[in-house]
Design a protein around this ligand. Structure first.
Ligand SMILES: Nc1ncnc2c1ncn2[C@@H]1O[C@H](COP(=O)(O)OP(=O)(O)OP(=O)(O)O)[C@@H](O)[C@H]1O
Length: 508
């Protein structure tokens, strides 16, 4: 304590003397001499510290925070190359891997060597000035990586070394790539309440185009379209269009819209951004969310008919969400209420994000809208060029059933198939229901039983549909009779009214 106390006292007096001398020199030393003094101080400090530092910040952009790809790529490179040298790591388990992926922890240092030259990397965090207390984790910390090297190697480092780091980092990232599912939805439980940001989890949906039940011709057409898009970088540049494609998926519930999106993401190896429009407060926030998405991604807006104010359904959906939050803890509920309050996203705001000037930030992106009611949508939203391809997902046809039978039961043909084919032509059943009926309910159920279960369900559905149609027809008939009766009444009353008038005029 005594030693430390003395040390601080001495340091304090040195600092005070230095400040005094510096202030005096500013006042009394002639300006010309001061300029010399500065020049030589700079030379001396350069001589004593001949190193160059380059900082790579996690978020870049002037007003919009965008995650820097360079930061992520360098981090990947360092995690693969610094294991022997750094001492503190953050661990993350990646797909199909027995060992976790290690990234350098905050305030950690490591060294690297390139063509015999030694370099230093460090990772740091700047804590924001915390003015107020918050229950939520802070998200506005600034993380950055710093590269330090001798100025003698400036050309080598800024030329070859950085290129080497980025190339290698990208290659490692591609190898370890794990698809991510991002959301801005507060009710998902992993939303960042403090700022408008995407939160993500690992995307591991097993749906693929092989497991997707639909007509093979239609499936192939979609696959061709996706391949053409993925390889179309030069083509899009040539025609002067942003490298983007919009798909509208429509059809009744349970026909595979979500499964199709998952299959697309798995096929293209793209991340998914599941945008919950009802949680976006205003157009500016929507724009920010769009800008924050990365390349090679699919932006999804599910049930678009329920998400926009225009259809008048938005409030209904919000109310449903509010009901869902009933069982949640007060903090989560309050935060969600805040999020849902006063959302003002407009159709033009959304269109601007899709194909306005903002949409040109980044490429290789797909945007998908899904809806159960295509007729309800504003034509402006789904016109060709915006939603380039409209894909109808419909009730299960026989071709689609064969895919399900193969996947669920491992059969390509069975004596009950012709009967099922006929029933599917006569009945509307969504693939989700066909799949549910065909799935063995216990280990004792063989293929025949499962297919028979489906036949029973199809016959029941057919019967119900017939009854419903009859009832509707009956209802229509009753309505028609009522209408006719009402018309006759009006006629009869009209006639008697005329009589009264006539009579009246007679009396007069
Ligand atoms: N075409 C399909 N091929 C394979 N499986 C399907 C298909 N359609 C539905 N399923 C099965 O039914 C389940 C529900 O389907 P999915 O969520 O994709 O339908 P949806 O059209 O998105 O429904 P909703 O409109 O209600 O969101 C899926 O998990 C999948 O198992």
């Amino acid at each position: 304590m005594g030693f430390m106390g003395d040390l601080w006292a001495q340091l304090g007096s040195i600092m005070a003397t230095f400040l005094f001398v510096y202030t005096m020199s500013e006042r009394f030393v002639p300006p010309l001499f001061l300029a010399y003094l500065r020049k030589y101080t700079h030379k001396i400090s350069n001589f004593l510290y001949p190193y160059i530092r380059i900082h790579f910040y996690e978020f870049t952009g002037e007003r919009f925070f965008k995650r820097s790809q360079a930061f992520t790529t360098i981090q990947t490179y360092l995690s693969a190359n610094s294991f022997q040298r750094a001492k503190s790591f953050k661990a993350e388990v990646v797909k199909d891997s027995q060992t976790p992926l290690l990234t350098m922890a905050e305030n950690e240092e490591t060294t690297d060597e390139f063509q015999g030259v030694k370099l230093w990397w460090s990772s740091s965090t700047i804590q924001p000035n915390q003015q107020s207390f918050s229950f939520y984790p802070t998200s506005n910390e600034k993380r950055f990586l710093t590269l330090t090297f001798h100025k003698r190697y400036r050309d080598l480092i800024t030329g070859s070394y950085l290129k080497h780091v980025l190339d290698e980092g990208k290659a490692i990232a591609l190898k370890n790539r794990q698809l991510k599912l991002y959301t801005n939805n507060p009710s998902s439980g992993w939303y960042d309440y403090k700022s408008t940001k995407w939160s993500h989890t690992i995307f591991e949906h097993p749906s693929t185009f092989e497991t997707l039940a639909m007509e093979p011709k239609k499936k192939q057409e979609i696959l061709n379209d996706l391949v053409k898009f993925q390889n179309g970088k030069e083509y899009y540049a040539k025609i002067g269009k942003a490298w983007k494609r919009g798909y509208l998926l429509y059809g009744p519930p349970g026909t595979g819209k979500s499964s199709m999106i998952a299959a697309m993401a798995n096929f293209l190896n793209y991340d998914i951004y599941d945008l919950e429009l009802t949680a976006v407060k205003e157009n500016a926030e929507l724009r920010k969310l769009f800008i924050e998405t990365s390349n090679k991604s699919i932006m999804v807006i599910e049930d678009i008919d329920c998400s926009l104010d225009l259809t008048g359904q938005r409030k209904k959906k919000q109310k449903k969400d509010d009901d869902d939050t009933e069982a949640k803890d007060p903090i989560t509920k309050k935060a969600e209420e805040e999020e849902n309050k006063g959302s003002k996203v407009t159709l033009s705001g959304l269109l601007n994000c899709i194909d306005g000037i903002w949409s040109a930030c980044g490429g290789e992106r797909i945007i998908i809208f899904t809806t159960n009611f295509v007729d309800k949508l504003d034509p402006a939203l789904i016109r060709r060029g915006r939603m380039d391809k409209h894909i109808e997902l419909s009730y299960c046809c026989f071709e689609a059933f064969k895919v399900l039978a193969k996947n669920y039961l491992g059969v390509e043909f069975h004596e009950l198939f012709p009967k099922i084919e006929k029933l599917l032509e006569e009945t509307n059943m969504a693939p989700a229901d066909v799949a549910e009926n065909v799935m063995p309910k216990s280990i004792d159920e063989d293929v025949h039983t499962c297919l028979q279960n489906l036949i029973n369900a199809l016959e029941l559905t057919k019967e119900e549909a017939k009854k419903k149609a009859e009832e509707e027809e009956k209802g229509l008939k009753v309505e028609k009779e009522k209408e006719e009766y009402a018309q006759q009444e009006v006629k009869a009353n009209g006639k008697s009214g005329e009589d009264v008038e006539e009579n009246g005029s007679t009396i007069e």
